[in-house]
Design a protein around this ligand. Structure first.
Ligand code: EPZ
Length: 429
């Protein structure tokens, strides 16, 4: 199993190209199930989760070809992949596949809308909390689907097609909003979704669906209107930049110190996090093609943050920001409101010398003057990268085990950090 070795202490200086967003790519790939035409996605990142979803979609009959592979020295553009779901051969998503990646549950929306039926395994628990699927079930029932749960599977049926409706989400959910957008695009009549997730990835999916012929208005606001159409066509769509990767490297730069420009991205996708970084003492400026983060001298100031749905502080940057706060010159508090068990990194940060105590959903972090390298491991993607960030500022060697978590969501992490002067290397085997 690969590991990442970090020798802490180097400042980061240089430019980091940001990849296409994992959490936009996954629903966009799933949207290919909605049409028998070809959906071409550009700027697709090379990540374990993308490869896994390719396998899952293949099980339903989706063919894909890759073109325009980037040259080894060109780090600025991702892959272009053409997805074709001309023949859906299977409307069942089995446990063996869905249990490996929660987002694969989302195939239930397009399969049901296009084929009138879907049988998808319940995703099961995961390292960051229970993550139920009640909102998906409620929403699809509101669109007229008949749903049974049997033997660990959600069986959904709408033989005569889905029917437009008004549905108010009792709680904001990114995944359930994606699924409702896809399903309602092929429903009869108008659907209005209230209390929809407003994440930029929702807007990216809606833009792509509209390019495929859907009629969606209001994505990015709490109220989304979808006028159903009878069929969707193919389209070509460029995946938006990864705002969580952007925020992660921005926090890494604030942690290690230095001057880093993040390019091919957009600061307005992560204002809440950039404001917090500014309060922590980093200079954050917008550039024409991204964001520049500078922290030369000066300590890290303690900043309290509370995670919230977009446009709030993202839960997917919570662990990374906590790593930064371990070096602050004072006490900070981080409140996690999205997932009930997303503090798995706390114990591992403690191994590096961090002082963190937990009380329910609130972490109290008392900044320490130094962290010391140690072997660590984490059980989810963002927790793992928080350990890399801590390792950048720790004295001596930090070895991050179970790197496959990082490979799920960070493209060429060690290369991108090394190019800015960090001592980070992958040890294979
Ligand atoms: C998406 O997960 C992201 N995943 C997550 O990123 C991210 O942390 C999360 O949104 C919140 O921003 C992808 O986009 C692939 P939710 P999702 O439904 O859609 C509860 C990463 O590291 N809920 O918005 O699964 C749920 O338990 C990942 O890249 C229900 O109660 O998140 C949670 O408490 C991790 N019932 C809250 O809603 C439901 O039916 C928000 O979850 C669905 C969700």
């Amino acid at each position: 199993m690969d590991r990442i070795r970090i020798r802490g202490g180097n400042a980061l200086n240089g430019t980091i190209p940001i990849s296409g967003a994992k959490n936009a790519t996954l629903p966009l790939m799933i949207a290919s199930l909605l049409t028998d035409d070809t959906l071409t996605l550009e700027n697709v990142p090379h990540l374990a989760d993308v490869e896994q979803l390719i396998r899952i979609l293949g099980n339903h009959g989706v063919d894909y070809t890759v073109s325009g592979k980037r040259l080894a020295h060109d780090t600025s553009t991702g892959r272009t992949i053409h997805f074709s779901a001309r023949n859906i051969v299977d409307t069942t998503a089995p446990y063996e596949l869905v249990s490996k990646m929660r987002a694969s549950f989302w195939v239930i929306g397009p399969l049901l809308a296009r084929m009138g039926q879907a049988r998808v395994s319940l995703p099961g628990g995961c390292a960051i909390g229970t993550r139920p699927v009640d909102l998906f079930i409620d929403g699809l029932q509101a669109l007229g689907a008949r749903i049974d749960i049997d033997g660990g599977y959600v069986a959904a049926e709408a033989k005569g097609g889905l029917i437009g409706t008004r549905y108010v989400f009792p709680k904001v959910s990114v995944g359930a909003t994606h699924v409702m957008l896809m399903a309602a695009s092929l429903a009869k009549g108008e659907t209005v979704i209230e209390n929809a997730a407003r994440e930029p990835e929702i807007v990216d999916l809606a833009t792509c669906l509209n390019a495929m012929g859907a009629r969606i208005e209001g994505a990015g606001t709490p109220t989304i209107r979808i006028e159903g159409v009878t069929a969707l066509s193919g389209a070509r769509h460029r995946v938006m930049p990864d705002r969580i990767e952007t925020g992660t490297y921005a926090i890494a730069a604030a942690m290690a110190g230095g001057d880093v420009t993040l390019e091919h991205t957009r600061g307005d996708y992560l204002q809440a996090a950039l404001v917090a970084l500014g309060e922590a003492g980093a200079e954050v400026t917008a550039t024409p093609n991204g964001v520049r983060i500078v922290r030369n001298g000066g300590g890290v100031h303690p900043v309290d943050v509370v995670t919230d749905p977009f446009p709030g502080f993202p839960t997917d940057l919570q662990a990374q920001f906590m790593a930064l706060m371990t070096r602050a010159n004072g006490v900070s508090h981080i409140t996690e409101t999205i997932f009930e068990n997303r503090f798995m990194h706390v114990q591992e940060l403690a191994r590096l010398g961090a002082k963190i105590s937990l009380s329910g959903q609130v972490a109290r972090i008392e900044g320490v003057p130094r962290l010391a390298g140690a072997p660590v491991m984490a059980t989810d993607l963002r927790a793992s990268v928080s350990l890399v960030i801590a390792g950048l500022a720790a004295e001596g060697e930090t070895m991050v085990n179970r790197v496959y978590h990082l490979d799920r969501g960070f493209e060429r992490l060690e290369e991108k950090l090394s190019a800015c002067g960090a001592e980070v290397e992958r040890i294979s085997g």
